[in-house]
Design a protein around this ligand. Structure first.
Ligand code: B12
Length: 218
């Protein structure tokens, strides 16, 4: 596969074209390109570029969502091949994510989930308005590494604190790292409630999650 095709893959993500991205992924596999090569040389540089455009203020929410969808479309084609590929694409870690109970905002959470998944995390997305106990039950059942909690309302931020308290009460605090986010939250809030990580956007969430996994590595 030529360098040009990889650039076209990257551009399909930068331009937010899910159908094109899916097609390119399918034809790469059909043409014998290893899935990992398609991800690392094609689609990942695309989503990294999108992160830069978002952080520099050139991309706004609609572009970000379209790009995340394109990345998701490519990854859904490539993931089975990556998983079959003899462990070449090692999972970066397992994440259970959701918006806390009482809160139906899910756009930011979906973006964070898509970006984490695009960067090699296995993501179990519980959706929005998720009961705190469901986060814990799922994290235990899935043997997750990180629980990610989104809250967009000042009234539901408190759910993030409660979840950490629940983990402590059940003697499970050491089992999971907890990362929080959502517009009203801050790093100071994360520190106050004893969360392990915080990020203000989806791109920073990927960096923070990778750092958390590194810190936890033996
Ligand atoms: C869209 C929206 C809605 C939509 C939600 C649609 C959906 N499916 O999500 C609808 C119309 C349904 C809605 C409803 C309500 N909303 Co509303 N909504 C918004 C709005 C305009 C945008 C939110 C959004 O999607 N932002 C874009 C995303 C990309 O940003 P984000 O969510 O912040 O996510 C980013 C980061 O925060 C971070 N992040 C997010 N989650 C996580 C998680 C982790 C682990 C990490 C690391 C990072 C992270 O990364 C994301 C990507 O960069 C905000 C205004 C605002 N400025 O935030 C109000 C806002 C959040 N809503 C508000 C309110 C009050 C409500 C309602 C209560 C209104 C009402 N009276 O019914 C209801 C809530 C009902 C409920 N029980 O939840 C208030 C909250 C005020 C407050 N301080 O509590 C806001 C701030 C508007 C305002 N200025 O008054 N809302």
């Amino acid at each position: 596969m030529t360098k040009d095709i990889f650039s076209v893959m990257a551009m399909s993500v930068v331009d937010g074209l899910p159908e094109t991205a899916g097609e390119l992924a399918r034809s790469a596999l059909a043409g014998g390109t290893p899935a990992l090569e398609a991800v690392e040389k094609g689609f990942l540089p695309g989503i990294r570029k999108v992160g830069e455009l978002w952080e520099s203020g050139e991309y706004f929410l609609p572009e970000l969502i379209a790009s995340a969808e394109a990345m998701k479309a490519a990854m859904s084609v490539l993931r089975p091949a990556l998983e079959k590929g003899g462990g070449t694409a090692r999972s970066a870690g397992k994440i259970v994510i959701g918006t806390v109970e009482g809160d139906i905002h899910d756009i930011g959470k979906n973006l964070v989930a898509a970006m984490l998944s695009a960067h090699g995390f296995e993501v179990v997305d519980l959706g929005a308005d998720v009961k705190l106990v469901s986060f814990i039950e799922t994290a235990e059942a899935e043997k997750a590494d990180i629980i990610c909690l989104s809250a967009l309302l000042t009234t539901t931020m408190i759910g993030q604190r409660r979840l950490i308290d629940l983990l402590v009460e059940h003697g499970l605090r050491h089992r999971f790292q907890v990362m929080i986010g959502g517009a009203p939250t801050t790093r100071a809030w994360a520190e106050e409630i004893g969360a392990d990580g915080y990020a203000e956007n989806a791109n920073a969430a990927v960096r923070e999650a990778l750092e958390l996994r590194q810190k936890a590595a033996p």
